[in-house]
Design a protein around this ligand. Structure first.
Ligand SMILES: [Zn+2]
Length: 414
């Protein structure tokens, strides 16, 4: 049992603040509760002057991009979103081998933990090293102590042999672990693969994780090839029927698709910084309802930064609206029975501020004051995984040294 004393605890949902001593149980369904006093002889983390609240979950991430930071620029500058994929990401993911995937996953897990994220929903691709890739990522995340919901992004872009391997990897992984069936995006997934992916999802009683309407070209391709728009296509395949399904981006959804989404059970994840980076347009929540949460799309692991970006790029979104959207991922995970995001996942914030903090003004502090630098310690499944800025379960220097070594190998192959 982990004890926190003198804690100012901020309930993520009710935004009520309460001070006292907190007992945090270990394990996937562990609880956190207030005690009248510390049990005799118990050791406790002193949280005097700190704010304790629920840790974060990254709603859409790409572990495979962890070694991309600072990599050489493509031979010419990309002219479109599809160009960015072909010249940057699909070159990179094809070059990944087992060691690089492992290094990416370890580095991504350390970055997530240090950013206060104890749960990562990832979308992985490594076309020339698909077998066992999800297991490798899961092991790395388990080692660091970060919970996860993984998938492999199925695609026809590299031919049927590769998509078959990816389907088998998905099927094998879902036999043993919680996860989703990943699809890259409508424009790289043919009808046959879509049908087979749906069969795998049905067999494992899970949902999908897919990029949808990220760029206008995804919609244009779908209209040309299938005679309908992306969400109409997904809807006909039953993809939107699962409350576990996650659509990423949704920038170019039209009014009819927005109505279709709203009537469905699926969720949508906004990735404001990635959308700015790829110049695909700004996210607009009009007509989408409130099954929306936030991701980083592999750019980083900092959900405080993602919340600020969502807030700053949507003129009609209040700080409270942005904060609620950050936190909706917990409802997604909880209502679907996914493990690893219970009450015993917490961040301890060393947030000194010149103005008063209350539950009511917390969203304002979140959007204008708080940053990753204020994250002091992180508790995942009741265990301390970051202690005063340092990860506790792996040697951070060794993880980064290994990642740099693998990054050099990867960049040489590009
Ligand atoms: Zn993505």
């Amino acid at each position: 049992m982990l004890y926190l004393k003198n804690a100012s605890f901020l309930d993520w949902n009710t935004l009520r603040m309460r001070s006292g001593t907190l007992a945090v149980e270990p394990g996937p369904s562990g609880r956190a509760r207030f005690l009248k006093r510390l049990p005799p002889g118990a050791r406790a983390l002193d949280c005097a002057g700190k704010i304790v609240t629920k840790s974060f979950a990254i709603g859409h991430h790409h572990v495979y991009s962890a070694l991309a930071r600072g990599m050489p620029a493509p031979p010419r500058s990309p002219k479109s979103f599809v160009d960015v994929l072909k010249m940057v990401w699909w070159r990179l993911d094809k070059a990944l081998d087992r060691e690089m995937i492992q290094a990416s996953a370890l580095a991504a897990a350390v970055e997530a933990a240090k950013s206060g994220a104890t749960f990562v929903i990832d979308h992985h691709a490594s076309p020339n090293a698909a077998p066992a890739s999800l297991h490798l990522i899961a092991e790395a995340f388990d080692l660091v102590g970060v919970s996860h919901l993984l998938c492999y992004e199925l695609s026809d872009r590299d031919g049927t042999r590769r998509s078959q391997q990816a389907l088998e990897e998905t099927d094998r992984y879902l036999e043993r672990r919680q996860g989703l069936v990943g699809l890259h995006a409508s424009f790289t997934v043919g009808d046959e693969l879509l049908r087979r992916a749906a069969a795998v999802a049905e067999r494992h009683e899970t949902g999908f994780h897919v990029h949808a309407a990220e760029a206008a070209s995804d919609e244009e391709d779908c209209v040309k090839r299938c005679g309908m728009r992306v969400l109409e296509r997904f809807s006909r395949r039953g993809i939107l029927d699962s409350p576990k399904t996650i659509l990423a981006h949704g920038i170019h959804l039209n009014a009819k698709e927005r109505a279709l989404f709203r009537k469905s059970k699926a969720w949508l994840v906004q990735n404001a910084e990635s959308n700015l980076n790829n110049a695909v347009g700004l996210f607009n929540d009009a007509g989408l309802g409130d099954r929306l949460f936030l991701g980083t799309d592999g750019m980083h692991a900092d959900m405080i930064a993602s919340t600020k970006a969502a807030f700053l790029t949507a003129p009609a979104l209040s700080p409270l609206g942005a904060y609620r959207r950050l936190r909706r991922v917990h409802d997604y995970l909880d209502s679907n029975g996914f493990e690893g995001d219970g009450e015993n996942n917490l961040v301890i914030l060393d947030y000194r501020t010149p103005t008063p903090v209350t539950g009511a003004n917390w969203p304002g502090h979140f959007c204008y004051g708080l940053s990753r630098a204020h994250i002091e310690s992180v508790i995942s499944d009741g265990r301390l995984i970051v202690d005063r800025g340092r990860v506790t379960r792996v040697d951070e220097e060794k993880v980064y040294a290994y990642a740099r070594e693998q990054a050099k190998r990867l960049w040489k192959k590009l």
